[in-house]
Design a protein around this ligand. Structure first.
Ligand SMILES: NC(=O)c1ccc[n+]([C@@H]2O[C@H](COP(=O)([O-])OP(=O)(O)OC[C@H]3O[C@@H](n4cnc5c(N)ncnc54)[C@H](O)[C@@H]3O)[C@@H](O)[C@H]2O)c1
Length: 256
């Protein structure tokens, strides 16, 4: 079924992990996809997978000029923009707040939050024209917290607040704003995080156990929810931070 037929969707960090799964799902659902990646090689690899009906752009989402140019190239190529998926993010460092350096803090805030400001600054005028949609890849830890990950959790709490405030700001323009909140998903970022823990081997059992549904998924489960939220089937849904988490947030667990 082509739920996203002819929609032009720009996704940041669309060349790896959850973003790559979303990119492929959007293509399968009939969208024209603009894939933003941080380096030329990953963009070229992704374009090899999805083909030249789509557009790949090397862009650092923390840089205003890069984001502006990416949106301009999108409009030049496709003439419209129906959705922005703010997916790019970083997970490091994994440590308590008092040991987090200024550089680590500023970099996290820049990639995980300021990028949303920049895509809104340059993208919202086009989304007003299309009555389009904004989607964030946030995280469950923005709601429930995570040990040794305070700065990262803070960025995702901020993203969750942005979902609601942006939904209010743009509702009368017909723009919907939602977020997906994964718990853990097997991606390059998760492997980096696992190797920042004292015992990386134990981490993978833990990642299975935290999901009530009994496994740690790949990006496809997140991508399916994203296709729905960007489709017209979700036309009356806005301001929602949707856990796509296998029930990881549910309480009173029994693992005996
Ligand atoms: N993997 C998980 O367990 C998990 C859980 C919850 C939320 N998330 C969130 O999902 C999103 C994707 O994570 P992932 O696990 O797929 O990560 P990943 O590291 O596998 O992929 C992240 C992508 O973002 C890109 N990126 C990073 N910095 C960028 C920048 N400055 N400009 C442009 N692109 C940039 C990377 O190149 C890469 O393509 C992130 O926002 C992350 O916080 C991941």
């Amino acid at each position: 079924m082509e739920e996203l037929k002819d929609k032009v969707i720009l996704i940041t960090g669309g060349t790896a992990g959850i973003g790559l799964a979303c990119t492929q799902a959007y293509v399968a659902a009939g969208a024209c996809v603009v894939v933003i990646g941080l380096d030329n090689d990953s963009v070229a690899e992704t374009m090899n997978i999805i083909g030249d009906d789509h557009l790949g752009i090397c862009c650092d989402v923390t840089r205003d000029a890069d984001v502006r140019e990416s949106i301009e190239r999108t409009i030049t190529r496709f003439g419209r923009l129906d959705a922005i998926h703010n997916n790019a993010g970083i997970g490091s460092p994994s440590k308590p707040l008092h040991t987090t350096t200024d550089e680590e803090w500023d970099f996290l805030m820049s990639v995980n939050i300021k990028s949303i400001l920049l895509t809104a600054r340059h993208g919202v005028p086009h989304l007003k024209a299309s009555k389009g949609s904004i989607l964030h890849t946030s995280s469950l830890v923005g709601e429930i917290g995570q040990e040794n990950h305070a700065a990262y959790s803070a960025t995702k709490g901020a993203v969750n607040a942005l979902t609601k405030s942006m939904a209010l700001d743009y509702a009368l323009d017909g723009i919907r704003v939602n977020a997906v909140l994964p718990a853990a998903v097997m991606t390059p970022m998760l492997h980096t995080w696992a190797h920042e823990q004292p015992d990386a081997e134990k981490v993978f059992d833990f990642l299975k156990d935290i999901h009530v549904l009994g496994y740690c998924p790949a990006g496809d489960v997140i991508a399916d929810a994203c296709v729905f939220l960007l489709s017209d089937k979700a036309r009356f849904i806005t301001g929602v931070n949707l856990p796509v988490s296998g029930g990881a947030e549910l309480g009173y667990r029994r693992n005996f």
